[in-house]
Design a protein around this ligand. Structure first.
Ligand code: CO
Length: 206
């Protein structure tokens, strides 16, 4: 059987299994969604967001790209953010990076070309701004790990400055921003930073 046909077949048995266990399962999800989290993660196939957080359909609104980047003129991530935060009103936005990220590695080694190379320039900017700290790490793998963390921190900072988050905070909504790192070799998620709505972001007075 060809690999794509296998997926379609697996889907059929999954549907039957779900319906057998819970006849209303699909009906419940067909009308609306109310996810509590926007997940912005890396496209890496080894990090299935629902699986590693033990969440079900309907709980995570998901955006993934190479190296979990928030790029100010990327309409894709910005529209996902707009819809999740201003329409669905998710109370939590998670940026999740991971150790062993090939995108971060490629940004360090400069072995890419084309659109991917342009995309990774965003990480090179993070590396340049933290050149002193990274340069002090003599072990290349430690430098890689640290750049993964610095990248997550930089993306959370960028997220906080986006018009969507600023608008939500100004309207009195309090989406909380989280920066997490996932370890491929043990499956553990670690929290790096949480950013709350600043007290200066008062809603407009009536
Ligand atoms: Co990655």
């Amino acid at each position: 059987m060809n690999p794509a046909a296998r997926l379609l077949l697996e889907n059929k048995s999954w549907v039957q299994e779900k319906q057998a266990l819970d006849p209303g399962y699909f009906q419940r999800f067909s009308m609306s969604q109310r996810p509590e989290f926007l997940w912005i993660g890396c496209s890496d196939s080894r990090i299935p967001p629902n699986e590693i957080t033990v969440t079900s359909a309907g709980e995570l609104f998901i955006h993934r790209n190479i190296a979990n980047l928030i790029v100010e003129d990327d309409l894709n991530v910005l529209s996902v953010l707009q819809y999740a935060v201003l329409v669905l009103q998710v109370p939590h936005v998670i940026v999740c990076g991971h150790l062993g990220c090939g995108g971060v590695r490629a940004a360090m080694t400069r072995e890419t070309s084309g659109p991917l190379d342009q995309w990774l320039d965003n990480i090179r900017g993070v590396a340049d701004r933290n050149a002193a700290e990274l340069g002090a790490l003599t072990d290349e793998n430690l430098r890689w790990d640290r750049l993964v963390e610095l990248n997550v921190l930089a993306q959370v900072e960028k997220l906080a400055r986006t018009p969507v988050i600023q608008t939500a905070w100004a309207r009195g909504a309090s989406p909380r921003l989280h920066g997490w790192v996932y370890r491929l070799d043990d499956g553990v998620l670690r929290e790096l930073v949480t950013v709350e709505r600043p007290s200066t972001a008062e809603p407009p007075q009536p």
